[in-house]
Ligand binder design. Structure first.
Ligand code: PEP
Length: 249
């Protein structure tokens, strides 16, 4: 019922020229099953990506947005610009944004409401830090982040929301949650969505992210609660991304 999604978060990598080169490689990938493929280049590379991906099935995403429409917010980017570029998804609340750019549950929520109002699909990132995992409060942390991010989202909008469960300690470290732990935590996140939206929670895709790669994608994607992956490092290498989008083949 939920279409699987594999999304590449290119982070602060790939200049516009390099973006075109990688996009050309990705366009050659033969996708052997029903999966939505999204790539999220740097803001300054989105135009190059939108041109390079014309005519391909690969969908364009952004890594962040401001919650205001326009104005005196030096260095930020707005929804209207993304619309012109054909962006469909916007990653929000990534742990790097929370850690280095002081994003809070409140600002993430403002962004979620804005991008839904503007017709985009947010990919809302939630995840516990290592000390929270060790304290045994993973579910409390991720469920609170989820509910805070969704506060005020209408029932009619909820199927446009994608959630990515990304344990902070697993991002870029080579350490992955076990497939079972990832599955269990995602089940808890869906439970939090169900408390707010009832059965509509079944329509919400929840991805796993955190050192997912060409080696561990099969096991992670075989879990019933895991609807896809948000991939950092491994999404920058075309052969690895090919293997991941064709997980289980
Ligand atoms: C990410 O940044 O969303 C991510 C999952 O990174 P990596 O795959 O490199 O751990």
């Amino acid at each position: 019922m939920r279409k699987p999604m594999i999304a590449g978060n290119w982070k602060m990598n790939k200049t516009p020229t390099e973006t075109v080169a990688l996009a050309e490689e990705l366009k050659k990938i033969r996708v052997l099953h029903n999966v939505e493929i999204v790539v999220c280049p740097m803001t300054v590379s989105l135009f190059a990506a939108s041109q390079a991906l014309k005519g391909s099935e690969i969908v364009l995403g952004a890594q962040n947005v401001h919650f205001e429409d326009k104005g005196a917010f030096t260095g930020e980017a707005n929804c209207a610009s993304y619309k012109e570029l054909g962006v469909k998804y916007i990653i929000l609340g990534h742990s790097e944004r929370r850690q280095y750019f002081a994003e809070t549950n409140e600002t993430v929520n403002k962004k979620v409401l804005k991008v839904l109002e503007q017709g985009f699909r947010p990919i809302v990132c939630v995840g516990e830090k290592l000390e929270e995992k060790q304290a045994g409060i993973t579910n409390e942390v991720v469920c609170l982040q989820t509910k805070a991010a969704l506060c005020g989202v209408e029932r009619s909008q909820i199927d446009n929301v994608v959630i990515a469960y990304e344990p902070v300690w697993a991002i870029g470290t080579g350490m992955t949650a076990t497939a079972k732990d990832a599955n269990d935590t995602i089940r808890a996140i869906r439970g939090a969505v169900r408390e707010m939206y009832g059965d509509l929670a079944e329509q919400v895709r929840i991805l796993y992210g955190g050192s997912m790669n060409d080696k561990n994608c099969d096991e992670l994607m075989s879990q019933p609660e895991i609807d896809g992956g948000l991939i950092g490092g491994a999404s920058l290498v075309a052969e690895k991304f090919d293997r991941i989008v064709n997980y289980g083949r």
